[in-house]
Design a protein. Structure first.
Lengths: 452, 294
């Protein structure tokens, strides 16, 4: 027995350790990319796609089936949700060189730029321009812009198109027709200016109806409305000059923008708890008739259909606060896919994306998921509310179009600062001073001269 | 000892050393190296190109929001150390007696810690909700309408609300450890003291308390380490808001890493945070030794 025990220790333990070590070392090795085995691909190409869109999973799987039966190429859609986890997975895969053939990048434009500069993303410009720009021509221009880097962009990316939009989106104001009617307002004539909006809210308050619900616990949604009003009050050039550090946040126009939020809070125009509200809660409030207005993206059509199919609502641009410039709304590509530059299946992946953004596939996607299609020729069969969203695609803007992006800490401080204004903790002037101090610090850190 | 035996001994500890080195020592040095760099987490990491000395650390020491988050975590920890542990000890003392259905109580008190933190956060978020919330509904029904508020959006109540839920979620751990500690105290000591005419308070003060000192220290260390790293509850209940009122160190690290793509800075935050927790743990261990000697 003792002898057996000794043999076991002398033989099996080193064996066990050897197996462990070899598994570990082989696990640490990097692959050129998933599905890039040339011999296997020569027989039957398999395209691997990573995505985060749990609501579109079934539709995408169905389209993969159709593609395989039409072209004989298998497409593996791999879902990784929630989106935070997905974003981390893509970053980790980039570090280990294990990105799939097709993937999406979630994050700011500078993150996208980092992926491009690191050589992970295929430049699709040539493919888009082929045959007189046939592929590019069928997609919404604004949706392509999200994936495009222009000449002289701040990110030092070679100009070109690096992604394919599979749907488009924009974020607008929604109003509950029934609630407006019950407060004595005309649902066919919703507020168009900020003053009209204040008046409408006073009437709603008299009937104990809450005003605007939004997921402002997620600061990007505050940033979205603040940008809308910044564009409306001072125009695109001045907003961009602020980002570039030419115009300070202490400029009176910015104080006016922050002042609008103070006015919203003072007038009781916001739903209770809006500053920590997640968008799902805001959607529930609006869908259940507990709030008359909501700020939400075109994806909400599908959400509201699930929450309350009888919800009677319309879509408007946020009521403008100034006549100086047109109201801008955030939008562009809802979801985009990128082709892995290091993939052995890059050509096959591009062929698949061309097929996926074709009119028939886009009509199917829009019908199944209630998202706006990225193909401009697929708008015929979409619901009325969705077409209202589509009507305002010309007003769309987004930080990723601008070729310059604000320092993330400043963006975060802006969102958090507006939360502080709403809870009465800060004044617009205080927020402006704080933002500018932060901006100066960040510019100094980057070796750029501060404005003030 | 023969050389062969020495070799054999080293061979046996090799797997453990390898695992420890790969999963603990290497990541630690990697994080430290990253903390000296400016890197976005996407581009291929090049130490020489991204090396910026201790600039991340010097920025961190001037980062007002970071220290505010640290103070807020300290506030939650203080509440957990006092109220959570007092509750855990009280319930442990109650369950230590021969009461009817004692095991049922033990199971009930241990339920919150085994629940998913994200689920607890979402459920309590709903209870605290200013529009639909049960808490406001109850307050209105019992005639306390003046107390109705948006609990999680009010800067005066948000952090305390989160702290209360953290205590509710965590007291079960303390309860189990306290109960185990109480059950190791020999019953004879109580009997002898009772024969000598000791009151319940005297029994607690002179028998229970001194013998429970090591347990108190253990529970305090676990409470501090666990509470300072509170994260999921915050994320699911307030996401750090309103403003920065419920931010804690881990949410700041996440904001630097994911929100700002500043991996280097996030690593320096992690190093400083780890060092602070280490210092606190050492202080407690020293305190524990001192109290044992006393």
């Amino acid at each position: 027995m003792k002898c057996l025990d000794r043999k076991f220790r002398l033989f099996f333990m080193p064996c066990f350790f050897g197996v462990f070590l070899s598994v570990f070392i082989s696990g640490c090795g990097s692959r050129d990319n998933i599905g890039a085995n040339p011999r296997e691909n020569a027989v039957k190409p398999v395209i691997t796609v990573w995505h985060w869109m749990s609501d579109r999973e079934n539709a995408l799987l169905e389209l993969a089936k159709r593609y395989e039966s039409e072209k004989g190429v298998r497409v593996n859609f791999e879902l990784y949700a929630p989106s935070d986890m997905y974003a981390q997975k893509v970053r980790a895969a980039a570090q280990t060189n294990t990105l799939p053939d097709i993937f999406g990048i979630l994050g700011e434009k500078r993150d996208f730029a980092s992926f491009v500069n690191a050589g992970y993303v295929y430049d699709l410009t040539e493919e888009m321009d082929k045959d007189g720009g046939a592929w590019k021509g069928q997609l919404f221009e604004k949706a392509i812009s999200v994936n495009e880097f222009g000449e002289g962009n701040d990110f030092n990316v070679k100009p070109g198109i690096y992604g394919v939009p599979i749907d488009v989106t924009n974020i607008q104001m929604l109003y509950n027709r029934d609630l407006l009617r019950s407060a004595g307002l005309d649902p066919e004539n919703p507020p168009k200016t900020f003053l009209e909006w204040i008046e409408a809210n006073r009437k709603l308050k008299e009937k104990n109806i809450q005003g605007l619900a939004g997921g402002w616990g997620e600061t990007w949604m505050i940033d979205c409305l603040a940008s809308n009003y910044a564009f409306n009050i001072m125009g695109k050039d001045k907003v961009l000059d602020t980002i570039r550090g030419v115009v300070p946040y202490t400029d009176p126009d910015w104080i006016k923008v922050f002042g609008l939020f103070k006015q919203m809070a003072d007038e009781g125009m916001l739903a209770g708890g809006v500053v920590t509200m997640v968008n799902k809660t805001a959607e529930q409030l609006f869908a259940n008739g507990k709030a008359a207005f909501a700020l939400n993206g075109s994806w909400c059509v599908n959400v509201y259909r699930g929450m309350n199919p009888d919800l009677n609502y319309g879509v408007i641009l946020p009521p403008k606060a100034s006549d100086s410039y047109p109201m801008a709304i955030w939008g562009g590509a809802g979801s985009s896919f990128m082709v892995n530059k290091r993939s052995g299946n890059a050509d096959e992946a591009i062929r698949f994306l061309k097929w996926l953004t074709g009119a028939q596939q886009q009509i199917y996607l829009a019908k199944e998921t209630q998202n706006l299609p990225s193909n401009r020729y697929s708008l015929k069969e979409i619901p009325m509310v969705l077409s209202q969203f589509a009507d305002d695609m010309d007003n769309v803007t987004r930080p990723s179009f601008w070729g310059a992006s604000e320092f993330p800490v400043v963006t975060e401080a802006l969102g958090k600062g507006i939360q502080s204004i709403i809870i009465g903790e800060k004044s617009p002037e205080q927020l402006a001073d704080e933002l500018q101090a932060l901006k100066d610090r960040e510019m100094a850190r980057k070796g750029r001269s501060p404005v003030t | 000892m023969k050389a062969r035996d020495i070799f054999k001994n080293y061979l046996f500890i090799l797997p453990a050393v390898a695992i420890f080195s790969v999963f603990y020592i290497y990541p630690f040095f990697k994080v430290f190296a990253l903390s000296l760099c400016q890197w976005d987490g996407i581009a291929q990491f090049d130490f020489a190109k991204s090396f910026i000395w201790f600039r991340n650390f010097s920025e961190l020491f001037r980062d007002r929001i970071w220290w505010q988050a640290m103070l807020q975590a300290g506030y939650i920890t203080l509440i957990a150390l006092t109220f959570q542990n007092a509750l855990a000890l009280t319930l442990a003392l109650a369950c230590d007696r021969d009461i009817k259905g004692g095991n049922i109580y033990r199971v009930i008190f241990y339920l919150p810690p085994v629940l998913s933190e994200i689920v607890v956060g979402l459920v309590w978020r709903w209870i605290y909700d200013g529009n639909y919330g049960l808490l406001n509904y109850w307050l209105q029904n019992i005639g306390l309408s003046r107390l109705v508020t948006d609990w999680l959006s009010n800067p005066n109540t948000a952090l305390t609300c989160v702290a209360i839920i953290h205590c509710w979620k965590g007291f079960g751990w303390g309860f189990i450890i306290f109960l185990a500690g109480l059950q190791t105290i020999p019953r004879q000591l109580y009997e002898v003291a009772r024969v000598d005419g000791a009151s319940s308070w005297q029994l607690f003060k002179n028998v229970t308390m001194p013998l429970m000192v090591p347990v108190f220290i253990l529970v305090s260390i676990l409470t501090i380490l666990g509470t300072m790293q509170v994260f999921v509850l915050i994320l699911s209940m307030t996401n750090g808001g309103p403003g920065y009122h419920t931010e804690v160190p881990v949410t700041r690290i996440l904001a630097s890493m994911v929100g700002s793509s500043r991996f280097g800075y996030a690593c320096s935050q992690g190093i400083v945070f780890g060092a602070i927790l280490l210092v606190i743990s050492f202080m407690q261990i020293r305190l524990s030794k001192y109290m044992r000697q006393a």
